[in-house]
Ligand binder design. Structure first.
Ligand SMILES: NC(=O)c1ccc[n+]([C@@H]2O[C@H](COP(=O)([O-])OP(=O)(O)OC[C@H]3O[C@@H](n4cnc5c(N)ncnc54)[C@H](OP(=O)(O)O)[C@@H]3O)[C@@H](O)[C@H]2O)c1
Length: 329
């Protein structure tokens, strides 16, 4: 089969098509004929050599999510059969013609959805559901803020928070991106390049913040949170340390009884991801099937143009998800 391989750490050009042996599924695995694979920011970090895959995952093929048709099942698999249309969360190895997935990490392609749309779901839905709803326990009527509102994670967080009854705020890096966040249901979107999100939101207050930015956002986030507020980190793209004039006042955590938490999805074990899959099937899939959540595809590329897809992601000009299509299927 053909695979997009990280030939060495570096820029998008290190992504090259190579021939690899088509894998066979072991006991609890399924082999998926890939129609579409999602591109996520962690794939870019992996390509640069800054985000090593966990043991057991393909070491030189990026790709955390795919959608396609089950080609073969392992001996212990129940609940799925050859020919089923699925999307799946992977620990790596999605930029290929045939991908291995744990059967328990697969979900049905939602009714009426195509493979590109379905491939846009797993990584962001799993990340948002775990961090915003399981860890931070966002409730209907609460105020929710997501930074990077137009990212793949952001468009998912806005729509799920809205569907579950929160008042939603987002930050993004242009007016066009803010308009896109509003169109998805955000109540207030703030262009952080022209406005101070803390100034705008301080009269509102926030119960839950999903942050991928870190750096100088950290003291602002802590000040914005209401009593019993929750701050969840999924990355710190502007740095994990607070530098500059603004200081972090940890007494806010005591005085407002805040919770500061965070997680990374990829390195969690099979059992954790299987339980998360089941929770998402029960709670999120009905939202998708009711039409309360729309996929947002910024652009698609054939697998052989994975380098162009990474270049687009690194410009941060995209709104929503970038998807690779298997042109050899
Ligand atoms: N912890 C986990 O389990 C987990 C799982 C998946 C993803 N993530 C993280 O979630 C984030 C979003 O992932 P994604 O795949 O949705 O990425 P994405 O679509 O590429 O979005 C990232 C967005 O972040 C903003 N951005 C980029 N560089 C920035 C910087 N230095 N400072 C501030 N903002 C910056 C850009 O929007 P603006 O133009 O608005 O700045 C960009 O659109 C990434 O940081 C990724 O590593 C974490």
């Amino acid at each position: 089969m053909k695979a997009v391989v990280i030939t060495q750490p570096g820029g998008p050009e290190v992504l090259q098509i190579q021939e690899r042996e088509t894998p066979r599924p072991a006991g609890s695995e399924v082999l998926i004929k890939v129609y579409a694979a999602g591109v996520n920011r962690p794939d870019v970090f992996q390509r640069k050599g800054n985000y090593p895959p966990p043991p057991g995952a393909p070491q030189d093929i990026p790709g955390l999510e795919v959608a396609g048709i089950i080609e073969e099942i392992g001996a212990d698999v129940t609940g799925w059969k050859r020919g089923d249309r699925v999307c799946a969360l992977l620990a790596g190895g999605g930029y290929v013609e045939y991908a291995l997935a744990q059967a328990a990490h697969c979900l049905p392609v939602p009714e009426g959805w195509g493979f590109s749309e379905a491939a846009s779901l797993p990584e962001t839905v799993f990340t948002v559901w775990h961090n915003v709803f399981q860890r931070a326990r966002l409730q209907a009527g609460e105020h929710f803020l997501v930074h990077g509102g137009s990212s793949g994670i952001g468009i998912t967080a806005i729509q799920l928070a809205k569907a579950f009854g929160a008042k939603v705020f987002a930050t993004a890096g242009s007016d066009e991106k803010c308009d896109a966040c509003n169109a998805l249901g955000a109540d207030i979107s703030i262009n952080y390049k022209t406005s101070d999100f803390e100034e705008i939101l301080k009269s509102e207050g926030v119960d839950v913040i999903l942050d991928m930015v870190g750096g100088d956002y950290i003291p602002k986030n802590l000040r914005l949170l209401r009593e019993e507020g929750r701050l969840v980190f999924i990355n710190t793209m502007k740095g994990s340390k607070v530098r500059g004039a603004d200081e972090v006042d940890f007494s806010l955590i005591m005085r407002k009884r805040l919770t500061v938490t965070g997680s990374t999805l990829r390195n969690r074990d099979h059992a954790f991801k299987a339980a998360l899959t089941a929770d998402i099937l029960k709670n999120v899939w009905p939202v998708l099937e009711k039409g309360l959540f729309k996929p947002v595809i910024a652009q698609t590329f054939p697998l052989e143009e994975a380098a162009k897809a990474h270049t687009l992601m690194e410009t941060s000009d995209h709104i929503g998800k970038i998807i690779l299509l298997n042109q050899w299927k």
